[in-house]
Ligand binder design. Structure first.
Ligand code: SIN
Ligand code: FE2
Length: 260
């Protein structure tokens, strides 16, 4: 695991607790260290939840909780974001972005692809998960750094079977919706934002009612578990040129899901 993926970097940016001579070996010691780090990070998050209201401690790694949505600002540091974009380029060269249409035939403004065992598809036949890209190729595997993130943030969940890739140009948005095409709705959805900021709106378990919004920035991760799993949410708009991560601008959102 590189320094960029180290969740402790927020606590002591100049201290690298992973700098052991054997940390790159990929063997037993490294796995134990990774598991230990995940446990400590989880405990750290719990402590932050309990004390965050009392202490106005200027900790970079504040976790925000809005209506059961758990938002981890800057979970991925800039180097990790760049590495992720490279991995996504490889995925998209095999499984290119497509512009889906709704079952009524209206084109969506986002373009989509996926990695993993299944990809989410929308076309005239409806919404569903498919084991292949519309061109017939299997979806490429989910990058390991996303699986690591999943195991850190939702260690009790089953492993993700789909990483949906949504690409927003500066005019794209996503209407308020629930994600409910998965078989087991007790499993969380985890979302990663890359590139330009996106205005994320969170509503209620039924359509309508009061909502709250936050700007999601590049590197932010949102865990949608518990009540948030079936809470309506959407993206109102993108803030153009707010990030230099993607050379042509725009926003990428990844959602990891357990499908079956
Ligand atoms: C989604 O809800 O599927 C996407 C959310 C986002 O783009 O942040
Ligand atoms: Fe969603």
């Amino acid at each position: 695991m590189s320094r960029d993926e180290d969740p402790f970097r927020h606590l002591a940016p100049h201290f690298n607790p992973l700098f052991f001579p054997f940390s790159g070996s990929g063997g037993y010691i490294r796995r134990q260290l990774d598991a230990c780090k995940r446990r400590i990070y989880r405990d750290f998050l719990k402590i932050r939840y309990v004390f965050a209201q009392w202490l106005h401690y200027p900790c970079h790694m504040t976790v925000l909780r809005v209506r059961d949505f758990e938002i981890h600002p800057g979970f991925f540091a800039p180097d990790a974001q760049r590495a992720l974009v490279e991995e996504l380029r490889d995925i998209l060269s095999v499984a290119p972005l497509v512009q889906p249409v709704t079952p009524r035939g209206t084109p969506m403004s986002v373009r989509m692809s996926a990695a993993g065992e299944y990809g989410w598809i929308s076309d005239r036949k409806g919404y569903r998960y498919e084991p292949q890209h519309p061109s017939g190729v299997p979806w490429p595997p989910i990058p390991a750094r996303l699986i690591d993130m999943w195991q850190t943030l939702v260690p009790d969940a089953r492993l993700p079977q789909c990483c949906l890739i949504n690409w927003y140009d500066v005019t794209a948005k996503m209407g308020m919706h629930q994600d409910r095409d998965e078989a087991d709705l007790t499993q969380p959805v985890v979302s990663v934002s890359l590139g330009d900021d996106g205005l994320f709106r969170m509503g209620n378990s039924t359509r309508g009612g009061k909502t709250e919004s936050v700007w999601l920035r590049s590197g932010d991760v949102v865990v949608m578990g518990g009540d948030a799993r079936l809470t309506y949410h959407g993206i109102d708009r993108i803030r153009p040129n707010s990030s230099a991560l993607l050379p042509k601008g725009g926003r990428i959102n990844l959602t990891l899901r357990v499908v079956t």
